[in-house]
Design a protein around this ligand. Structure first.
Ligand SMILES: [Cu+2]
Length: 85
């Protein structure tokens, strides 16, 4: 799955130069998390490729460090990842 993450500051301006890591996991035991690093592709838009290892519900946690040293964390639940996604 291609994941595009858009970062904007409080005045809605795109945030450049952030470092974003994505960590995807399922809630049941025995599943290794899937990790990806996002690359900035456009104005404040960061793209990562996640290779899910199983169909079903996944949670993605996005952790980022901004150029000014701040950090951001955002969680996204994907209720139904399709097989092979
Ligand atoms: Cu699983």
């Amino acid at each position: 799955m291609i994941a595009d993450v858009t970062l904007r500051d409080r005045s809605r301006q795109p945030v450049h130069g952030a470092r974003l890591q994505l960590q995807a996991f399922m809630s049941h035991p025995g599943m290794a998390p899937v990790l990806a690093t996002a690359e900035e592709r456009a104005d404040g838009v960061y793209r990562a490729t996640l290779r899910f290892t199983m169909a079903g519900p996944w949670t993605i946690v996005i952790q980022g460090s901004l150029p000014d040293g701040r950090t951001v964390t955002h969680r996204v639940d994907i209720p139904d990842v399709q097989a092979g996604g």
